[in-house]
Design a protein around this ligand. Structure first.
Ligand SMILES: Cc1cc2nc3c(=O)[nH]c(=O)nc-3n(C[C@H](O)[C@H](O)[C@H](O)COP(=O)(O)O)c2cc1C
Length: 192
């Protein structure tokens, strides 16, 4: 199963990027073919329809194709003001916008439709960014994704990783594993 993992933060010491790394390791061990996306590697401006009218940026096209090619996704979503980050929203807005000049990309939800998405989040706070997930889920459903019922929010994230960026608590690893297992299970059945 081709699994895409991405974090909604580009911060160097980001907890969500660490969580994405940990999830990628666990998913590879579970036999998934993992693509670990770093949004910092994509040159994507703030969405503006006037800018888009001059041509969809090449990195948006790259992302559309990558997301389209992966039936299963894990999104590690930081929480800003009780919601997901502008980075994540901006990325999703670009990817979901139809490319008027390209017949292959007239359907804005082409990259989203039918994807099985597992949500993880991490925050220094006690709730672990859970509220970002409660905003992200309806967005994904609207974009025709299947959102996995199993999700995990890692609270007190500052204490959760060792110096190598590994999750120190076995229970946390188990919670991440449960999301991965459900996403791989569901994607395996829904993508045929
Ligand atoms: C503008 C802003 C708003 C934030 N709001 C919340 C919040 O509502 N809930 C929360 O748990 N943490 C909040 N935080 C703290 C983030 O969870 C923390 O910065 C976290 O490290 C961001 O994720 P990252 O480590 O993956 O970059 C906020 C941070 C910023 C910069």
């Amino acid at each position: 199963m081709k699994l895409l993992i991405v974090a909604g933060s580009t911060r160097l010491a980001s907890f969500n990027r660490k969580l994405a790394h940990a999830a990628a390791d666990l998913a590879r061990a579970a036999g998934a073919e993992v693509t670990h996306l770093e949004l910092a590697d994509f040159d994507i401006p703030m969405y503006n329809a006037d800018l888009e009218a001059r041509g969809t940026p090449a990195d948006v096209m790259k992302l559309k194709q990558l997301m389209f090619e992966h039936p299963a996704w894990i999104i590690c979503s930081p929480e800003y003001n009780g919601s997901y980050t502008a980075l994540l929203k901006n990325t999703i807005d670009w990817v979901s916008s139809p490319v008027k000049s390209d017949p292959a990309w007239q359907d804005g939800f082409k990259s989203f439709s039918g994807k099985v998405v597992g949500m993880l989040s991490a925050s220094p706070g006690a709730l672990g960014g859970l509220r970002s997930q409660s905003h992200l889920a309806p967005l994904l459903l609207n974009a025709q994704c299947w959102v996995a019922p199993q999700a995990f929010a890692l609270g007190h994230a500052g204490d959760a990783f060792d110096a190598q960026g590994q999750l120190v608590n076995e229970k946390h690893r188990g919670s991440v594993q449960a999301v991965i297992d459900q996403v791989l299970f569901a994607a395996g059945r829904l993508s045929h």
